[in-house]
Design a protein around this ligand. Structure first.
Ligand SMILES: [Zn+2]
Length: 183
């Protein structure tokens, strides 16, 4: 099973969302969690490729093209990692898919269940976001995990202090899906 991990944004080029009170950026958090997820999946017997790049689908030729790289490998599963941002009150975990009632939706539900179950984050569910390029330009079941809100105190502390639990939950969600799918 080939799992492609795409930590969102690009440290040094695109920080993504930022929490200045805690001095953290989304790009750094998802990079660190991505390394841990890759380690857990490798230990579980998956082949893993991780690409964090300013070039999602051809916008910045100086860097690796994320979707092309996943499609040509080819990956069996694509998982993008992000932190959400909104008003300070908004919190919780959600997983985004191109459309519901698909393999991606099943993968998303497995990851959502594991994160909410082990980190106790607010369950915002699985949502359709067909216009996201990493979801509509990849050829395999693809999900985008909004792990928590970097702009919320509780979530931000979780994103900083519980990266190992978070990574283990995401990896378990992926292996749950692989088991359910029967491969
Ligand atoms: Zn993001």
């Amino acid at each position: 099973m080939r799992v492609f991990i795409n930590p969102g944004h690009h440290p040094g080029l695109d920080p993504g969302a930022v929490n200045r009170n805690y001095g953290v950026t989304e790009a750094d958090i998802v990079r660190d969690v991505g390394v841990l997820v890759a380690d857990y999946l490798t230990a579980a017997g998956c082949e893993v490729k991780t690409v964090q790049s300013n070039n999602l689908a051809g916008e910045d030729a100086a860097y690796t093209n994320v979707c092309l790289s996943a499609n040509t490998w080819p990956a069996d599963i694509f998982v993008s990692l992000h932190c959400n941002a909104a008003t300070p009150a908004a919190q919780g975990t959600e997983v985004l898919v191109y459309s519901r009632w698909t393999q991606a939706d099943m993968l998303a539900s497995c990851i959502q269940r594991q994160i909410v179950g082990s980190l106790g984050t607010v369950d915002r569910g699985v949502k359709e976001r067909p216009r996201l390029v990493v979801l509509n330009s990849t050829h395999m079941p693809a999900v985008l995990v909004e792990m928590g809100f970097i702009t919320n105190d509780d979530d931000c502390q979780m994103l900083i202090n519980q990266q190992d639990e978070l990574a283990r939950a995401i990896a378990r969600g992926i292996t749950d899906y692989i088991t359910e799918r029967g491969e």
